[in-house]
Structure formats: structure tokens, C-alpha cells
Write a protein that binds this ligand. Sequence first.
Ligand SMILES: Cc1ncc(COP(=O)(O)O)c(C=O)c1O
Length: 400
Amino acid sequence: MRDKEIKKLIEKETKRQKSVINLIASENYVSDDVLKALGSPLTNKYAEGYPGRRYYGGNVVIDEVERLCQKRALELFGLSSDEPVSTRGDSSTRGGWYVNVQALSGSPANFAVYMALVPLGGKIMGMKLSHGGHLTHGHSVSATGKLWKQIPYGVDTATETLNYDALKEIAKREKPNLIVAGFTAYPRIIDFKKFREIADSCGAYLMIDMSHFAGLVAGGVYPSPFLYADVVTTTTHKTLRGPRHALIFCKNEFAEKIDRAVFPGLQGGPHENTIAAAAVALKEAMSPAFKKYAKQVVKNAKVLAEELQKRGWRIISGGTDSHLILVDTWMDGKGIGGKEASEWLEKEGIIVNMNTIPFDTRKPTDPSGIRLGTAAETTRGKKEKDMVKIAEKIDKVLRA
Ligand SMILES: Cc1ncc(COP(=O)(O)O)c(C=O)c1O
């Protein structure tokens, strides 16, 4: 690389990434092939429109790239575009699905779905940010909370998990246009069937944002939302281990609206180099090695949670079913705040993020907890025994 300044910074950051224990739940380490596709000449091409209907010439090859990414995305999650959806709840009925692969990241993907399916000013029922929802699930600081009205829901006070009866009451009372489930800081398995029943009870669309656990679904260690959802969005850069990008899966009947919301509604030219990189990651995720990886991610998270519990730390909801753990570091003043915890850990080479815990009594800028994830370190080959050592180290740092 001729640009010495950027070269040096890339080298510095690469070194940093290699030298730390990375427990950021939304990060991962992509393969060299994903990086090669990202840095390929595909970035030179403008391709506004969709395969076979572009606004620029010279897109014969690009069309093949985008179609391949779409094909792989459907295949990875056991979907097909041709058979119609018949009955729900039967694993053989996953036909009738389409996927848009152009959304530039998770937030614009979610935004596009709302643009397509919810009238401006309509109601989006989403998890509160402070209980583990994402900003784009209708939070007031996000455009999704300004253009639509969020009907907030949270977890149960006692269990710190979803109480589906309580959700049903809210849905019946508020009659949202769309319900979104799939979160940023919720460690447990989500009952998609119950969400479907709730959506049906009030005539709402059901959107599942599987950004965090998509790789676990692909690896067969987390339930698939496709039997129950109308739309499924996902980033490709978390447990799915791809580039920073997003996919929007929807039933065929919504395909045209979703496509139009992405382009020309929200974006111009798609990033075809990133689409190619996502295609590479999707193929990698079909391999037996990835299934093994996904299983190990969850095993590692369970061990890390248990080991922290053994050392006296309170784990939100009492454990995890996924890659993600929410730790109450404050423990009503007996421990330390999340901000301080993340700073102390970083000084010792452990990278985490501070996070609110449900019913947090502290501010989001200095909350009561930290969020941990095992996707990145599992990519680097870490196993259960390493999690024991990491828990030991975290405990030592937080008690210093
Ligand atoms: C559940 C969920 N949805 C959407 C997003 C947004 O993704 P992005 O940061 O790519 O916009 C995130 C990001 O963390 C997320 O956790």
C-alpha cells in the first residue's frame, strides 16, 4: 500500500485486534476470503437497481454476484422462493421467501422494512433500549421513533425474560402495525411461535431482527424464525461472521415493497464488493466447520456465564442460551459501575461494552452492567477451558 499513514493505522489496528481478548458481542473476525472480496474491484461498479433491471450499463457480472448472494442467503436458512407458504409450524414449508441483499447495514435494513410496511405515524411495538432492544426498534432518538410511534415492551421484573402474556395484553390494547422481536442484549431463546400468536391477535406484521443470533440459527443451535415471521432482518457481521452488511428476508408478497423501500426509497448504488463478501460468508456458514463453530460459541458462553456466577457476579436472567451474556457488575452498589468495569477491563486487554441492565437505576452513560459475547474469541479457537481463565481474569480485574 502506497499510503503510508493509512497502512500504518491498518497495521496498528490489526495488531490491537490480535492482542486483546475480544468479548464485544456484536463483533467477529472474518476470513481472508471475506476481506479479499471486500477489497476487490467490485467496489468500482455502480449498479443502481436490481439484477436484470439496472440503471447503469456493464452490470452483467454484478448481476451474477448479487443473484449468487441471494441464492446462498436463502439456501443457508433452508428457504426457497418457489414453493408457496402453506401451513405454519411445519418445517417442510419454508417456501415463498425472497431476500434483498442491498441494505448497507442493520439500521437501514430495519428502516427499509418500516418504510415498506408501516404507514408514517403508525405503531411499531419494540423492546425498550434499556431492556435489550435496538435503537431502530422505535427508540425516540432514532428516526424510527420519530417517524413512527414506538409501543415499548420490556422483560419481566422477576425473571428478566420475556413474559408473553404481558406482551399479548400490550398488543391487544395498542394494536401495533408491526411487532419487532430479536434484540441487542437479550441472552435467551425467543419463542417465535408465541410472537406469531401475539401478532395474529392484533393483526400486526411480525418482523424478527436476528442480527445477533443469525450465525447461531445458521449453525442449528438457535431456533429459526422463518416459520413464523413475515420479515426477517439481519446484519451479516456478528455471529454470521461476514462483512458489515445486512439482509432483508421477506415473504414473496412483500418483496416488491421491500425492494422499492431499499432502492430508490433509501439508497442509491449498492455496495457490490460487500455483497460479494457477504456471499462468501454465507457459503462459509454452510460448512460443517461453521456448525461446529456455532455450537462452540454457545458452549463457551454458557461456561463463561457459569464461571462468573460461581465467582459471585449476577448474570441477567440467570444465564444464557446464546453467544451473549449480560453481567450486573453494580449489584446494588456491592460491585462497580459498567463504565468503570469496561475501562478497567480494557486496561488489562479485555474488550467489552458497558450496558444497561433491565430496570437499571443508573444512567445509560454509566450503567449497571457489561455485555459479553463469545463469537469473536470462538473464531480464534477458544474453548471452555479458556473461558474459565477469562472469567478468572475478569473477576480479578473487577475486584481489584
Ligand atoms: C438487533 C440489532 N439490530 C440492528 C442493529 C444495527 O446494525 P448496524 O450497526 O449495522 O446498523 C444492531 C447493531 O448492533 C442490532 O444489535
